[in-house]
Ligand binder design. Sequence first.
Ligand SMILES: *[C@@H]1O[C@H](CO)[C@@H](O)[C@H](O)[C@H]1NC(C)=O
Length: 272
Amino acid sequence: MKLNFEKMMYVKVLMMVIAIWFVPMTYSNGAEAPAGDVAEAPGTDTFNNDWYDARATFYGDIHGGDTQMGACGYGDLFKQGYGLATAALSPALFNDGYTCGACYEIMCTRDPQWCLPGSIKITATNLCPANYTKTTDIWCNPPQKHFDLSMPMFLKIAKYKAGVVPVRYRRVPCTKNGGVKFETSGNPYFLMILPYNVGGAGDINAMQIKGSTTGWINMRKNWGQHWTTNIVLTGQGLSFMVRTSDGVVKQFMNVAPNNWGFQQTFDGRINF
Ligand SMILES: *[C@@H]1O[C@H](CO)[C@@H](O)[C@H](O)[C@H]1NC(C)=O
């Protein structure tokens, strides 16, 4: 009990320090409401080294079919660098999409009949939705922490026949190749940016955009990892400022040229 309390206090103080430091930056351009009303649940999606209990199942087929697209807004997971090492998170872990992009190490535990030794590392790319009409296999309903793994990843830690296994998990740094990518969509009055291939903590909790002739503009998180602004930035080069859940902020300057279009992807060149 004592340890948990101390840990909670530590996380709270850490979050306060982050908030005090970041808020002036968030409000520096008053164009939109702050992006980061960040709902963080200590002990669930906090980027630390602790192991927690959860359960795991799998979805899709051996080639990762059904795992593409999904509630984070990512598209072709192979083209985007996530490959088969992905999972759908239950709402308790998904955190309304803020946890998309986070990386976890997962091992099967306490089930000698079904568990295989070793651990896997996955990126959160989808939601395992709650279903309140179902009466069986309701693993993803709140407040349960659950990983619906791609089939190939599940088979690395448990036997196929197990169906569902108890696991332990912890957040780990995301190792990604190359820069953070920014994909444009929407329209001139509702620009959506999907950041992906994010290293470090992997999950983003605030994002700003800057046109060549504007200051930093706060973006709002729409569904999944789509961040939006209503400020028209067509014809301007685009830069981004991204804050990951561990409080690290990086600037990606002049990522898109002034003739950028919608449904295009731009390379941020650097990563976390
Ligand atoms: C929830 O479960 C019921 C019963 O299995 C099923 O018919 C329904 O399609 C499910 N709903 C969703 C949103 O998955």
